[in-house]
Write a protein that binds this ligand. Structure first.
Ligand code: NAP
Length: 257
């Protein structure tokens, strides 16, 4: 149905765990050459080895997306290893909870620096390579939390995720003439290491509020990333795709019937 993306060079930040690891697996399964980035070297090497099984091309680069130099090094590594860079998935993110009354400036800065500024730094570093590609793709992992919904304790997180969409629309315009598209995926509640850390009670209450009756999988998100990276999605830019099992649709639990 879609033109093969085999041989394309892909960088996935936060590709060592959770959603990013699922996205990396999806691209690698389609024959793309994938570099995954994260801070934890041991976890990253382990994930790359796992994802590389069966002759797939996946390697790890240590990077902290909150540091511009580190983002530039990750982009350079992907280019050196695979002769260029075609697809960048800005997925690295953190979601520590803190109420407004208790949030420190340091906690606010950590979330904005990772989730929002990290998106800027990675895309900025990748622009020359994506321009050379001629069919560059930027895919952001935003969220329903912030752009559509709210959740007590996550005002900084919600602002960072809504901020990514503000970034996306202007970036899409700046990069359009270079044939680069910039789009965002907005996941609902997806089973990942990070989500599991929020506890069983959180997971149970989320599941109960999802019309399709289950939490999302990393494969659900990977499919959307693959679509947005495809040649067939080449006329889509500056857009969002909600993948939440319908969670943002009902007005109340009763509305689900
Ligand atoms: P996760 O399981 O905790 O994985 C987060 C990934 O990001 C890890 O690979 C982590 O590796 C990396 N990371 C964190 N801080 C980083 C930094 N400063 N520099 C580089 N890498 C960093 O989280 P997840 O649930 O998969 O979430 C991934 C993304 O999806 C986030 O942007 C999140 O906001 C978004 N999202 C998730 C859900 C969900 O339900 N899971 C819903 C909506 C949106 P290191 O720790 O080794 O750096």
């Amino acid at each position: 149905m879609f033109t093969s993306i085999s041989g394309r060079s892909v960088l996935v930040t936060g590709g060592t765990k959770g959603i990013g690891k699922g996205i990396a697996a999806g691209f690698a399964a389609e024959g793309a050459n994938v570099v995954i980035a994260g801070r934890d070297r041991e976890a990253g090497e382990r994930a790359a080895a796992e994802l590389g099984r069966g002759g797939r091309t996946v390697s790890f680069v240590q990077a902290d997306v909150s540091a511009p130099g580190s983002c530039a090094a990750a982009v350079a590594a992907a280019q050196e290893r695979h002769g260029g860079l075609d697809i960048v998935c800005c997925n690295a993110g953190i979601f520590p909870a803190a109420t407004l009354a208790e949030m420190t400036p340091e906690q606010l800065e950590e979330v904005l620096a990772t989730n929002l500024k990290g998106t800027f730094f990675v895309v900025q570093a990748a622009i020359p390579a994506l321009q050379r590609s001629g069919r560059g793709r930027v895919i952001l992992t935003s969220s329903i939390t912030g752009p559509i919904t709210g959740y007590s304790g996550w005002s900084h997180y919600g602002a960072s995720k809504a901020g990514q969409l503000g970034f996306m629309r202007s970036a899409a315009l700046e990069l359009a003439r270079s044939g680069i598209t910039v789009n965002a995926i907005m996941p609902g509640n997806i089973i990942t290491e990070g989500l599991a850390d929020l506890g069983a009670e959180y997971l149970r209450s989320m599941e109960a509020s999802i019309p399709l009756g289950r939490l999302g999988s990393i494969e659900d998100i990977a499919s959307a990333a693959l679509f947005l990276a495809s040649d067939q999605a080449g006329y889509i830019t500056g857009q969002t795709l909600v993948i939440d099992g319908g969670q943002t649709v009902p007005e109340s639990l009763e509305a689900m019937g």
